[in-house]
Write a protein that binds this ligand. Structure first.
Ligand SMILES: [Zn+2]
Length: 121
């Protein structure tokens, strides 16, 4: 799953990549790439059609859309101020992959009581 996200991140760098995470209650099974509609290379905006398709695919496979991923080509895998401002789904997991160092770094976050909590991948 992480490998697929890293490969997607590298393919579109220096722009940010984005996509959806499919899984079950406490397990991420699959990462699905989405188109990034943002023209700003430091932001991401998931294509609503891809979001819709991912929800349908998840249902077909007996999974749920449990979260989203995106990449930080040049910065650490900490949510940026923009990420926090645009945190659209309070119940979702957010995976951020950083390509800033030689070894890609992935961190998973969720909101708990309006605070950001890091979750183990
Ligand atoms: Zn970000």
């Amino acid at each position: 799953m992480i490998e697929a996200v890293v490969a997607h991140a590298r393919a579109v760098a220096p722009a940010e990549c984005c996509g959806m995470l499919l899984g079950r209650a406490h397990e991420i099974v699959e990462a699905l790439p989405a188109r990034n509609l943002s023209a700003d290379p430091n932001r991401f905006l998931v294509d609503p059609q891809d979001h819709f398709d991912a929800r349908r695919l998840a249902r077909q496979r007996g999974l749920e859309l449990v979260g989203f991923y995106h990449s930080h080509p040049h910065s650490p895998s900490q949510p940026s101020a923009t990420d926090l401002a645009e945190w659209s789904y309070p119940d979702a997991l957010y995976l951020i992959v950083s390509l800033a160092s030689d070894t890609p770094e992935a961190k998973l976050f969720r909101l708990e009581d309006a605070r950001l909590v890091e979750v183990s991948v």
